[in-house]
Structure formats: C-alpha cells, structure tokens
Design a protein around this ligand. Sequence first.
Ligand SMILES: Cc1cc2nc3c(=O)[nH]c(=O)nc-3n(C[C@H](O)[C@H](O)[C@H](O)COP(=O)(O)O)c2cc1C
Length: 399
Amino acid sequence: MSRIELGKGIAGLSKRVLLIVGGGVAAYKALELTRLLRKAGVGVRPILTRAGAQFVTPLSLSALAEDKVYQDLFSLTDESEMGHIELSRSADLVVVAPATADLMAKAANGLADDLASTTLLATDKPVLMAPAMNVRMWLNPATQRNLKTLQDDGVRFIGPGEGPMACGEFGPGRLAEPPAICEAIMLAGKRVVVTAGPTAEPIDPVRVLTNRSSGKQGYAIAGALAELGAEVTLVSGPTALPAPIGVKRVWVETAVDMLEATKAALPADAAVCVAAVADWRVDQVFGLKLKKGKDGPPTLTLVENPDILATLSASGPARPKLVVGFAAETDNIEANAKAKLARKGCDWIVANDVADAWVMGGDENAVLLVTKAGVDRWERAAKTDVARRLALKIAEALA
Ligand SMILES: Cc1cc2nc3c(=O)[nH]c(=O)nc-3n(C[C@H](O)[C@H](O)[C@H](O)COP(=O)(O)O)c2cc1C
C-alpha cells in the first residue's frame, strides 16, 4: 500500500504546500496543520515517511488534505502519474512538520534513501522545517550542526518551542503550534523587494553625502516578511546590520544604484520602500580628493536623484501589486503623507515623525499608515513590532 486516492488535488489552488510528515510523536499535530491550511484555502499534498505512518494513518492525512498521500519512492503508479522530481516541484513550498532529527540529518547531508529525503534533495522550492524531538536529540551537537548546515543552505526553521515533552523531559524540542506554522507560510510563493538604509552619494573618493537612517526599520520589515514565508530581496544602502535570516541582501551605495538593484529584483508582488534615499547627488563627482586651499571651500552643485518610489508605482506590467512607501516627516505628518501618497502613486504610505529624536537610529517607532481607505495610527512600539504588523497587513493585502 503506498497511497490513498481521494483527491481533488492541489492544482489550481493559489497556494500549494508539499507537507512532509516525519516519524515523531508530534505527527498528530500535522493533521491539525493540514486542517488549518485547507481551511485557509491552501492546497496540501502530503508525503508520509515510513516512521510517520507509525504515528498517523495515511487515511487521516489524506482525508484532511483532500489529496492522496505519497509514501513510496518506488511506487510505479506514482512515478507514471507524478514522478518524485515533479512531486518535489508541484507546490510553492515544502513544509516538513514534524521534522525529525533523522530527516534533518539526511537533508543536511544530501541523503536520499526514501521519498521524503529524495524530495527534499530534488526540490527547487523554499523549504520550511518545523523540528520536533526530545530535548537531548535537539541539543545534540550533531543535530545542531545539521541545523546550522540547513540554515546556511537557505532552509527556514520555525520552532522548536520549549516546554514539557511527551517523553517527560523539559526543554526545547516541541513542535511549533500549527497556527504559527500556518502564519509562517502566509506569504509563501510571494516575492517582495524592500529597500532600506541611507544612500551615500559620493563627493570625491573619500567623502559622501548621506543621512542618519540606520536601516533598522527596513531590515525589520524584510525579516518579518521572510518570517511569513515571502521571498525577500533587501536592497540596502550602507548599514552595520546583519542580514535578516532568509533574506537576500543586495548592497548598494547611491540612489541610482538602488533604483537599478530594485528594478533588477522585479517582478515582485510587493515593494516596500523604506530606504532614506538622498534627494540630491553631486553633479560632478571629483576624481581626486578635494584639498583645502587658497581658493576656499568648493562649491557643490546638486542634481536631483531618481525617484525610486514613484518609478515603482508607475503603472505598467512590472508594477508590483502593492507598493508601500515610507515618509520621514518633521511636521504636518498626516497632510504630507497624504500628499505623498497622491504624488507618488503608491498604495500605502507609512509616515513617521523623525523630529522625535528617538526614531532615527532608535529601536522604536510610531507611525501613521495612510492608505486610500483612510489613516491608521500605530502607537509607539518596537520597530520589530511595527514591522510584524505591517508584514501581516501586506500578507492580508496579497492574499
Ligand atoms: C515512540 C517514538 C517516538 C519518537 N519521536 C521522535 C520525535 O519526536 N522526533 C524525532 O526526531 N524522532 C522521534 N523518534 C525516532 C524516529 O521515529 C526515527 O528516528 C525514525 O527513523 C524517523 O524516520 P523519518 O525521519 O523518516 O520519519 C521516535 C521514535 C519512537 C519509537
């Protein structure tokens, strides 16, 4: 017995997940996860490992997924209908829940001796693992090495959580709760480009025109979007920040470079322009370092930089479905934000009052979200909280 046919199948659904269920006590939660995903309109195609089938039945999984359950690498029927390579690519995302120590070890080392591990090796789709195991198994250096290897390979992880375990021990190793796993795939299959940080416009080989933006808010937004499963390109001006996990960072210096890198990241479902882009650059960059002299200070002629937000917002086939701009204002915030929304042609403006000394470079922000539907005031909160709230709103808008 290798599969059970029920299936409406997952073709045609807007988001499709290949769910690999490994052999752990927490496998029963994969049933609840499947139910929640289906309820949210997500297609679920399950792969059940041999050990997984000791914990949950293919029948339960299949009934909840409304699709057949794939179990056998060598099933000829499955190969003729859907080979393991095709299976590995039939979804937007591969979720492993529970991810056993064994599955992590196999994936980290490229082993492929059953359908689950072969699929993990063959897929070209993003992979999210939700590990669950005894605390000693989790903390074992071998598992931690495998975790690091998989993270370096671009696998995303959710959990494990900490708490009492089925084996009677206490510690990290509990499967993340199914609603949290659902949240982690809200933006699966969506591409988002985020700009962050300042730009640096050269004057001569050693001097630049720049601003006080730290990049913290933009980096937090890129990270929060990745946590919801989006494929995020972060186009960053010079900052000292580490790249958020799961985010592809592209370094740039000038506004012109930032525009080019942002355009290169298209097509995208959404663009979030958080960078503090210099409005002007020096007309003629001096080839040699300027020196003090009898002629007095040099005169710098400035020219306008390209408008990245307006460029992305302009209608056309490359326009992301949702374009969000940030406005750093020191006065008349709401009026200025509304005017900016209309002027740039973007969908939302997130306005913050940078006259408050704690905003620029700080860890907190208070913003106004201005959309065509109205104005929403978000009270002072950690930039990471503002980022998460915005990311959830973006996920809602793209659903
Ligand atoms: C009762 C029982 C519970 C188990 N629970 C877990 C677990 O929670 N996490 C884990 O990594 N392995 C657990 N194992 C061990 C796995 O089932 C075993 O490593 C198996 O080979 C995993 O196969 P798979 O990775 O193909 O699913 C458990 C084994 C038994 C007998």
